[in-house]
Write a protein that binds this ligand. Structure first.
Ligand SMILES: Nc1ncnc2c1ncn2[C@@H]1O[C@H](COP(=O)(O)OS(=O)(=O)O)[C@@H](OP(=O)(O)O)[C@H]1O
Ligand SMILES: Nc1ncnc2c1ncn2[C@@H]1O[C@H](COP(=O)(O)OP(=O)(O)O)[C@@H](O)[C@H]1O
Length: 514
């Protein structure tokens, strides 16, 4: 481990003034915040090659300390070139938040190759500024602050990565009573949850359950989602919980492992006892009186349809918060994203769908047509791969903002690349909006026969280069909600197919659809 003491490090003003600034990715900012707060102790900075090699080999840092996951920072080469790791006055990198405000200084003692155009930067970090702002900032307390307020004795930790319903609340109450422990609820707020719930909404839902819990301390922290590697992610969460003073952690998944000085409790499966309205062990309730907790999919279904979550399962205050954060699909923001070759029928269908929605007056609609976007939002962009990506990301970003505020955004660019379409879907999800990808799969031969703008003829004649389908690729979607080939469809049939899909899936009132 790079074993420095961050406190003993002073930064002269001129070093700060001349240092380059870089905004890391959101997951790296989350790691940075946990490094700065001490939640990742004994780590005090981003790891370098020796630690990373050792970690891969045996799950330990180079000095033998067990540590579950790589904590790394990747920086564009253009930024790294401005640093000189051999010179303490020229190796400081200012790390800024998404708005560009400095959060920390990195004393870059090592750089190493990662992928084309980027490199890893390793070294200790030191907080700059006042720790930042943002919703529920006051709840983002450091481990030292929290430990200072906890009563003596056992501390039961709960990681509330989903809202707490009555089965979880019953498990928590039981465990706290059995252990005679103080309760510490850790709410991960690094990124939207698996269910697309915004971090602020998750905090509100947890606070809404507060009067159903024993006396407790609630802390928000940017616990990163470590992707598919569940065991390592669980180990990291256990480490962080231990840093906050947790002695016993209530497992939220089977993969939670004891370690880092605390014990993990796997709670008993509870069910609702219809005889007296209590939640107790499954085995203690005769089957005919037993109601199992709703699954996440069932909860999602209630929210999608707009039916109130039942009181036997969810405290009304939590149900209200959840319904506010995840309104029924008919009121929730939605991005309808058409993709397909030029001439496949995207604009025609998108306009038809937009007209129908406007006629019904049910939803507000923004149409982001490919050609129109390129005249305004994306003016000046070419048809190079990089510019096409930029174009699709801009469209996706604007569409997601429309969705965030409950509107329907209809987009119809070619969007030939999977990755950019996936980014648009992710933007929508993070904004709490739905996303429906419509692949207009009309084959090239038919698009070419139509050749509305004469572009295919020009491309075949070699007069224009990089025409999608001719000498530029179109990556066929594998994740489309709907695939429509308009070769043998009338205009009306094509539009109705989309409207029916939206109606059948709860996004629209299905009644007026022919
Ligand atoms: N080289 C090349 N390749 C593809 N398309 C071309 C090209 N040059 C111009 N056009 C015209 O631009 C429209 C596509 O723009 P998009 O913004 O939808 O393209 S992309 O999603 O960024 O790839 C597209 O409009 P649509 O026919 O509505 O799809 C074409 O008319
Ligand atoms: N079922 C259909 N849906 C949409 N367009 C159709 C259909 N049948 C024929 N077309 C014709 O195909 C062409 C599609 O053009 P356009 O909608 O601009 O495609 P894109 O936006 O994908 O380039 C139009 O001339 C349209 O009249």
């Amino acid at each position: 481990m790079n074993g420095w003491v961050a406190d003993g490090w002073t930064l002269p003003d001129e070093v700060l003034r001349d240092a380059p600034t870089y905004t890391p990715r959101p997951s790296e900012i989350a790691d940075l915040e946990l490094l700065l707060s001490g939640a990742y102790r004994p780590l005090t900075g981003f790891l370098g090659p020796a630690d990373l090699t050792s970690l891969r080999r045996n799950g330990r840092l180079a000095d033998g300390t067990a540590w579950p996951v790589p904590v790394t920072l990747e920086v564009p080469q253009a930024v790294l070139r401005q640093l000189d790791v051999a010179d303490p006055g020229k190796r400081v990198l200012i790390l800024a938040d998404l708005e560009g405000a400095p959060i920390a200084a990195l004393d870059t003692t090592e750089v190493y190759p990662t992928r084309e155009g980027f490199g890893g930067a390793a070294g200790r970090v030191k907080r700059l500024g006042d720790g930042g702002h943002g919703a529920f900032r006051r709840m983002r307390r450091t481990p030292a602050e929290v430990r200072g307020t906890l009563p003596q004795g056992r501390v039961l930790g709960v990681i509330a990565d989903r809202p707490l319903h009555r089965p979880q609340l019953a498990q928590i109450a039981r465990a706290a009573r059995t252990l005679a422990a103080h309760l510490l609820v850790l709410v991960p707020v690094g990124a939207p949850g698996a269910d697309g719930l915004a971090p602020e909404a998750l905090v509100r839902c947890v606070l809404a359950a507060r009067d159903r819990m024993p006396p407790c301390t609630i802390v928000a922290l940017p616990l990163p989602d470590q992707g598919g590697d569940d065991i390592r992610a669980a180990m990291l969460r256990t480490r962080v919980a231990a840093a906050y003073g947790v002695t016993h952690l209530l497992a939220s998944s089977d993969s939670m492992l004891s370690g880092g000085g605390l014990r993990v409790l796997v709670p008993r499966e509870l069910a609702y006892d219809g005889r007296d309205g209590q939640w107790r062990s499954l085995d203690d309730i005769p089957p005919k009186h037993r109601r199992l907790p709703l699954t996440p999919a069932e909860i999602e279904d209630h929210l999608d349809r707009g039916t109130i979550l039942p009181e036997w399962h969810t405290p009304p205050a939590v149900a209200r918060e959840l319904a506010r954060a995840r309104p029924p699909r008919r009121q929730r923001g939605l991005v309808v994203f058409f993709t397909g070759l030029s001439g496949s029928g995207k604009s025609t269908m998108a306009t038809g769908v937009a007209d129908a929605l406007q006629e019904s007056g049910e939803r507000t609609v923004t149409l982001l047509d490919g050609d129109i976007v390129r005249r305004h939002l994306s003016a000046g962009l070419t048809f190079s791969a990089a510019d096409r990506d930029t174009n699709i990301k801009r469209i996706g970003w604007v569409a997601a903002e429309v969705g965030r505020h409950g509107g329907v955004a209809i987009c119809c660019p070619i969007a030939p690349y999977h990755e950019a379409r996936a980014a648009a879907r992710e933007f929508a999800r993070n904004a709490g909006a739905g996303f429906v990808l419509v692949h207009v799969s009309t084959p090239l031969a038919e698009c070419e026969r139509r050749d509305r703008k004469g572009l295919y003829a020009k491309a075949r004649a070699g007069l224009i280069k990089g025409m999608t389908g001719i000498d530029d690729p179109y990556e066929t979607p594998t994740d489309a909600e709907l695939t429509i080939d308009t070769t043998d469809l009338s205009y009306g049939e094509a539009v109705t197919t989309v409207l029916r899909y939206l109606g059948n899936n709860g996004w629209l009132d299905p009644r007026p659809i022919p």
